[in-house]
Design a protein around this ligand. Structure first.
Ligand code: HEC
Ligand code: HEC
Length: 343
């Protein structure tokens, strides 16, 4: 072998080792909750309905604005004047994520939706029964549950299942990156291709892998990594990276301190600010931090620009959303004199 062949091999091997995959147009669907048109429509209606929040003013879409990037653009979420603890993640493509929540606490949309309804920093309903009572008082919902489920009942499990089917439709395929991977070599700019190779070469893809850049789907376990992996950089204090101990908060296992699920990088340019505490305002800074804290690499400004250019190519096509018409109640508000209205 000529020496330059060896050199080329050495340079391309780490890049070739990465398997670039386009985003599938359908996500994994659990057999216990198949997608049906009626259920998706019901889920979407619930997703946009503020009446399933305590104050009657917040819907899932208030924070996960799917007309934008599926988040709220805030560092941490806010509901009814109360600040949440963490940044709102996008729900676009979260059907592909390895575990839900920053700390990987929830394994499925079905499990997660139930908790959002009664979380005091989210929908803040007093309990699940209060959600059921409100929906029961709306005739249009009774009809939709009958059309969606064989038992036809308004139960918290059915509410969660319906919302989950809608969430599984929120996929953004056909980004420039996807088109490049399936063979359209003109889909990426030269700079983006350089950034893509660098992303693989320095090891970003060891964590942000698979079509969603969030690692393999390991239901029940999640694809969780330490952040910061290398503790001690100036960023720890500058961005308060160590205040929230992540998964440790609910397992109390020492080894789970600062363990976080690997988030998607799809549509990442639309979901600033960044990280679990939303403390980092720009994507450029987020990339610098990742290189330093996860890989112990100082990137040059040029290298950062190339990686950011590549990340730009991960913005996909957003399927057009039409607003549902919420089922009405005539002559009375379901919130009037509601015993759940004041907590
Ligand atoms: C007040 C803002 C707010 C509201 C309202 C809200 N969420 Fe969230 N959502 C968040 C925050 C913040 C997180 C991350 C929490 C964490 O990791 O600790 C989150 C996480 C999620 C996730 C996990 C995404 C991921 O990538 O891990 C899903 C799915 C989700 N919410 C769906 C919903 C649904 C469905 C509703 C309505 C029933 C809802 N949310 C209402 C703020 C909100
Ligand atoms: C060792 C695993 C690992 C490596 C390597 C890694 N990341 Fe990350 N990345 C994570 C984790 C975990 C998070 C979530 C951190 C948190 O909870 O705030 C994250 C978050 C991010 C975010 C912010 C996402 C958001 O929605 O706020 C970006 C952007 C990012 N990574 C890009 C990169 C880039 C670019 C590289 C290579 C320079 C890289 N990552 C290398 C594990 C890793």
């Amino acid at each position: 072998m000529k020496y330059y062949t060896v050199l080329i091999l050495l340079f391309t091997l780490p890049v070739m080792a990465v398997q670039w995959e386009a985003l599938p147009t359908t996500p994994p669907i659990p057999t216990t909750n198949p997608q049906t048109e009626a259920k998706i429509e019901l889920g979407k209606t619930l997703f946009f309905d503020p009446r399933i929040s305590r104050t009657g003013t917040i819907s899932c879409n208030s924070c996960h604005n799917i007309l934008l990037g599926g988040d709220d653009g805030r560092s941490v979420s806010i509901a009814d004047g109360k600040l949440g603890k963490r940044n709102t993640p996008t729900i676009w493509n979260s059907a592909f994520i390895s575990a839900l929540f920053w700390d990987g606490k929830a394994n499925s949309f079905e499990e997660h939706a139930k908790y959002s309804l009664v979380d005091s920093t989210k929908m803040d309903m007093v309990n699940w029964q209060s959600v059921i009572d409100r929906l029961q008082a709306i005739p249009g919902y009774r009809t939709m549950f009958v059309a969606s489920f064989t038992n036809g009942k308004i139960t918290v499990n059915n509410i969660a299942k319906a919302i989950a089917t809608y969430e599984r439709t929120l996929i953004t395929p056909n980004s420039p990156y996807d088109r490049y991977v399936i063979g359209d070599k003109k889909a990426l700019t030269e700079q983006q291709i350089i950034g893509m190779k660098l992303f693989a070469k320095i090891g970003c893809s060891s964590c942000h892998s698979k079509p969603n850049f969030s690692g393999p789907q390991l239901l029940g376990e999640g694809w969780l990594k330490k952040f910061p992996k290398i503790i001690g950089s100036d960023y720890d204090t500058q961005y308060n990276l160590l205040a929230d101990t992540g998964r440790y908060q609910f397992t109390n296992r020492e080894s789970d301190k600062h363990l976080w699920r690997v988030p998607t990088l799809r549509n990442i340019t639309l979901t600033a600010p960044y990280f679990h505490n939303g403390s980092v305002a720009t994507l450029t800074e987020a990339v610098l931090i990742m290189a330093k804290t996860q890989l112990e690499i100082e990137l040059t400004p040029n290298q950062v620009q190339n990686i950011v250019a590549f990340l730009n190519s991960l913005t996909g096509e957003f399927p057009e959303q039409t607003m549902p018409s919420l089922p009405k109640v005539l002559g009375i508000s379901v919130l009037t004199n509601d015993i759940y209205g004041n907590k």
